[in-house]
Design a protein around this ligand. Sequence first.
Ligand code: SF4
Length: 371
Amino acid sequence: MKTDHEKMPILGMTYDEVLELFRSRCGRGKYHAGALYREIFQRGSGNWASAPEFVNSPKLVPDIQRDFDFHADPVIETRQSGDGTTKFVSRISDGARIESVIIPAEGRVTLCLSSQVGCRMGCIFCRTGKMGLVRNLTPSEIMGQVHRARFDFGVPVRNIVFMGMGEPFDNFDNVMQAVRVLSEDRGFNIARRRITLSTAGRIDGIQRLSRMTGLRPQLAVSLNAGNDALRSSLMPINRTMPLARLQAALIDYPLERGEAILLEYILLKGINDRREDARAVAEFAAPLRAKVNLIPYNPGADSGHDPGKRDVRSSDVKNSGQEEKHLVPPSASDTDRFCGYLVDEKVFVRRRSSRGKGVMAACGQLGSPPV
Ligand code: SF4
């Protein structure tokens, strides 16, 4: 907590942090701190000063305005909807743009958040990866996406997934602060088991998360291949953090009763869709309590996807960089077939539809890479 008179962005603060600031700077306590937190996080009120607690203490208002930053970054620039999902592109204070996706399903609303502007991981199936890393988002910029969804779109967000732009473990401290604020019962009150952090496989991040006390968010790992040669060709992180070390970190990862690690598998036609690929996934998952989410690949708008192109095999995607134009989405029957291979291998698999394709809101489609 800073002690000078720099304004603190309230959207990135827990209730206890707001209370501490109230005590140290304003000489007030729970009554007013609780009222301010309620107005901002439960009512989305830009007009908090008209709440009775502050109308009755008018001298307090300028102190609060001096100490707290209420500016709610990001500002929504565009919104697009398709097949029930809504993608919104927002601008943050330095002009950078980030993307978030609202996904309603079965009476619940899931919000997919960005944790960084761009990403340095360079996964070849991902538009964000083509941008490179621009910078980390602050806790209030991460929370600002939730605030926008909740109060600009009026959406009762129930689940949070960090599967938008960025590798959450590259921005560990800020993401975990956002998780604390998200689960604040005086605020959005989103249970930690309803918050999912999805990593490309940063082993140090997984280990750091595993050492945390208290309830942890759900862990998802973007797997996409069960052998090192293929995974390294799709995801450069695998060259320094290969599958055996990743598997060992996941074996050691503490799980609550009934909890499982999610292994995400983006199915790429002709690349990771063979029976032997399913076998490799089964071998990786065997010592883990894990579920596989099978997601058909979505070509980006600039992917040059041509359904008539030949299939490519792993040898074609080695030395990644320019290869997304060769990536081909699987047909429904391709996905069915691979799902069957996994079932044959006794893998617990759930087939996920790629919602939001029409608005570039689906898995791997976020971001604006340079052309
Ligand atoms: S898939 Fe995730 S980790 Fe990989 S480049 Fe895209 S945003 Fe980064």
